[in-house]
Design a protein around this ligand. Structure first.
Ligand code: NAP
Length: 297
């Protein structure tokens, strides 16, 4: 766990860096910040960039990646770029055009991973992989039942390589993680630092993860920060972790996740913080037939 560029092998043979840079920011944040922050993240050592059509910043994030390729910091193949299919393009004939639109905004030839942002079928996604526009395909926000439905589909050509879900010490997804591991599907954690806490999406009365006394005590013990403890926790339990920051100092801090280790007692103490607090409940979608968060996991 000492290499900044540690990667996990996916079930289709591709590799995903275990630390990813989150690029979502609330609408009022100027889009140029995504450009600046993504460049800083690549300079700091991030090689996995998580974005999506709906974040409305693929143009800036693509520009950042291309400028870091142009100045020799990285090659295209060093970067693992994830985009996501939004729910207005689920009809099979809309899937490839949606990916092509993302690629055009990015000015890239392919994405490393294309995710279904919100549960639906995988069929049209498989064609994007066959066409080479996406090296890997996966899902996001799927519960166990929805994953099983996909895995049991007759004629399934490619298993999803990952399921990107909310995951942090207050919502550690132990059962979903065990299930994903048993199916060779990588769990990718979002809101691993307790989410952006945007009013529109997150209950403002929910506890602030990074103020948790146990995380603070462990931070003190390891001479790190609560954020680093929360990120390190995921790596040690075999989860790929995303960390969003638009601050240079915190971007640089977050790559220190490879510089220390938690003991099994530390891990146990963090496991015990689990309290079923989902920050992003996506209540607006609760009426949809595929709403994923009504099941236990
Ligand atoms: P997060 O990674 O939980 O981060 C939350 C906040 O922590 C950020 O706003 C950041 O603020 C702050 N932060 C970062 N590093 C820190 C540090 N070292 N110390 C203290 N604070 C720190 O945020 P998230 O946006 O909820 O999730 C991360 C990424 O996951 C997103 O950007 C997106 O790419 C993805 N995501 C996917 C889905 C999905 O449905 N698939 C949903 C949500 C998120 P500053 O910028 O001020 O540092």
């Amino acid at each position: 766990m000492d290499s900044k560029h540690q990667r996990v092998k996916l079930n289709d043979g591709h590799f995903m860096p275990v630390l990813g840079f989150g690029t979502y920011a609330p609408a009022e944040v100027p889009k140029d910040k995504a450009l600046e922050a993504t460049k800083l993240a690549i300079e700091a050592g991030f090689r996995h960039v998580d974005c999506a059509h709906i974040y409305n910043n693929e143009e800036q994030v693509g520009l950042a990646i291309r400028s870091k390729i142009a100045d020799g910091t990285v090659k295209r193949e060093d970067i693992f770029y994830t985009s996501k299919l939004w729910s207005n393009s689920h009809r099979p004939e809309l899937v490839r055009p949606a990916l092509e639109r993302s690629l055009k905004n990015l000015q890239l030839d392919y994405v490393d991973l294309y995710l279904i942002h919100f549960p639906v079928s995988l069929k049209a996604m498989e064609k994007c992989k066959d066409a080479g526009l996406a090296k890997s395909i996966g899902v996001s926000n799927f519960n166990r039942r929805q994953l099983e439905m996909i895995l049991n589909k007759p004629g399934l050509k490619y298993k999803p390589v990952c399921n990107q879900v909310e995951c942090h010490p207050y919502f550690n997804q132990r059962k979903l993680l065990d299930f994903c591991k048993s199916k060779d599907i990588v769990l990718v954690a979002y809101s691993a630092l307790g989410s952006h806490r945007e009013k529109q999406w997150v209950d403002q009365n929910s506890p602030v993860l990074l103020e948790d006394p146990i995380l603070c005590a462990l931070a003190k013990k390891h001479k790190r920060t609560p954020a680093l403890i929360a990120l390190r926790y995921q790596l040690q339990r075999g989860v790929v972790v995303l960390a969003k920051s638009y601050s240079e100092q915190r971007i640089r801090e977050n790559v220190q996740v490879f510089e220390f280790q938690l003991t099994s007692e530390d891990m146990k103490a963090i496991d015990d913080l689990d309290r079923n607090i989902r920050y992003l409940t996506l209540d607006n979608f609760a009426g949809l037939p595929n709403y994923p968060f009504a099941d236990e996991y």
